[in-house]
Design a protein around this ligand. Structure first.
Ligand code: IMP
Length: 457
């Protein structure tokens, strides 16, 4: 581990130069998360003036590798690792103040300067409180007990769903701007805590677990200490972003979670609680629809999923185990082993379409090296008949039979390849098949965690 600040490590050549992107850009996951968005956002952030998070909360987590340093970010946009760049946590994000402060302190300890100039948090973003986390865990376990099909959502327990639910309920919600108004905050917490205690105590009883009632005054005091530390960051990010665009600044939108987890368009109800496809950008940041010119859809060369819900190409065999071990497929946020399977091109084509992907980035391709045959899912069959598209109903998705196309595998280690043209013929055929099927060009192929293991065309 070096003592050098991460920003000092960033003078080397930029592998994404060849992309020649021009205009505001979004990076969005096309599967169930953990596609490696962090690596691409990190590489892109240096050429944009502002990196913007528009959805989700601390349920997302990505690791950015810079030289020999590793940074685990959950809420703070990846642009924070570049000097002189602005970073915005938009109104569509649900913010756990304790978590943001933890991330700020960790980054500062490692030499990254964080001020009100390079980190702004929307005053309209909603606040995650400890009672949201209790509610998340209690709800999921109550559902696990009560649901006849035995299928809880399997949330990350970070309070995301309950916080968004309070946002929709309004009377129990608190926004980041409220942290700057102590009297308002105290009244809001008195009301919310009374309601949470009244609803969570019986829920805990149903689940057979102990419940310590929340104390509104204690929570208020704790939140005020967070407010002191975050005050300089809380601002009107709507004006900030519109002013930035008006003065020709370039924006990079960093999607959290991924399109198959989108609350409206994902595999509902086994989804998260925000619009995490690119469709969430507009409401979650205040920028109008026509703002974004490039959408880079990120997909692994295979499929993974954490938590419950259907996954048509899941492999419960030695190939699935091998992908998990070689790809180190364990959750960044929860440490849970990820479910692994073949690349589901029906799903990726669907999410690429709804996200308006203008380019694809194929991640973790090196993980597939050494497999004799590679399968990709090109159709879904239900009751012997092929479905016309991606089903809205998760119970249909859980019953379908995947139709596979088989390609020859590649045995060569591709982690040192210098360009997409250098890839072995069978690997190139795999890339070509993906872009033909999905209908968007694969412009980035990632063959390892390092930034120089990013091949671009
Ligand atoms: P929640 O977002 O904590 O409510 O969890 C809902 C579902 O989304 C669970 O299955 C989680 O495992 C999954 N999920 C949420 N965020 C991510 C992510 O960033 N990567 C992978 N799975 C996620």
């Amino acid at each position: 581990m070096t003592d050098a600040p991460a920003t000092a490590l960033r003078a080397d050549a930029d592998p994404l130069d060849a992309l020649k992107l021009d205009g505001h850009t979004a990076v969005c996951g096309l599967q169930w998360g953990d596609e490696g968005k962090g690596k691409i956002v990190d590489l892109l952030a240096r050429r944009y003036d502002v990196t913007v998070r528009y959805n989700g909360g601390a349920n997302a987590g990505h690791t950015v590798v810079v030289g020999d340093q590793k940074f685990a970010l959950h809420l703070i946009p990846s642009g924070i690792l570049y000097e002189g760049k602005a970073n915005v946590i938009g109104n569509g994000v649900v913010v756990d103040p304790e978590q943001v402060i933890k991330e700020i302190n960790t980054l500062r300890d490692r030499g990254i300067a964080i001020t009100g100039d390079n980190l702004s948090i929307s005053e309209r973003a909603h606040v995650v409180f400890p009672y949201h986390k209790s509610q998340d865990v209690l709800f999921d376990s109550a559902v696990a007990k009560a649901w006849e099909a035995g299928a809880p959502i399997g949330t990350t327990g970070r309070g995301i769903g309950p916080c968004y639910a309070d946002k929709a309920l309004r009377s129990t919600a608190v926004r980041m701007g409220d942290l700057l108004k102590p009297d308002t905050l105290r009244a809001q917490l008195n009301r919310a805590v009374a309601i949470k205690n009244a609803t969570l105590a019986p829920l805990a009883q149903l689940c057979g677990v102990d419940f310590d009632a929340f104390n509104a005054e204690q929570l208020f005091e704790q939140t005020m200490t967070f407010a002191d530390q975050l005050g300089e960051h809380i601002t009107d990010t709507t004006t900030l972003l519109h002013d930035a665009v008006a003065s020709q600044k370039q924006l990079l939108f960093e999607g959290a979670n991924a399109a198959l987890l989108d609350i409206d368009h994902g595999t509902y109800p086994f989804v998260t609680s925000s619009n995490c496809s690119s469709l969430g950008i507009y409401a979650g940041s205040s920028m109008p629809g026509a703002t974004v010119k490039n959408v880079i859809g990120i997909a692994k060369a295979y499929q993974t999923r954490v938590g419950g819900g259907p996954m048509p190409t899941e492999l419960d065999d030695e190939v699935g185990d091998r992908i998990r071990e070689v790809g180190r497929e364990y959750g960044t946020t929860t440490g849970r082993p990820r479910r692994c399977g073949w690349l589901d091109l029906v799903a990726v084509k669907y999410t690429s379409t709804i996200s308006g992907a203008t380019a694809l980035s194929l991640m973790l391709f090196d993980v597939l090296a050494g497999l004799d045959k590679l399968k990709v899912c090109v159709g879904y069959k239900a009751n012997g008949r092929e479905l016309p598209g991606f089903p809205a109903d998760s119970s249909v998705l859980s019953q379908i039979e995947p139709v596979y196309h088989e390609l020859d595998g590649f045995s060569e280690d591709i982690t040192d390849c210098q360009s997409i043209d250098d890839l072995p013929a069978n690997a190139k055929a795999y890339v070509a098949f993906v872009e033909d099927f999905v209908g968007a060009p694969v412009r980035i192929v990632s063959v390892g965690p390092r930034r120089d293991q990013t091949l671009v065309r």
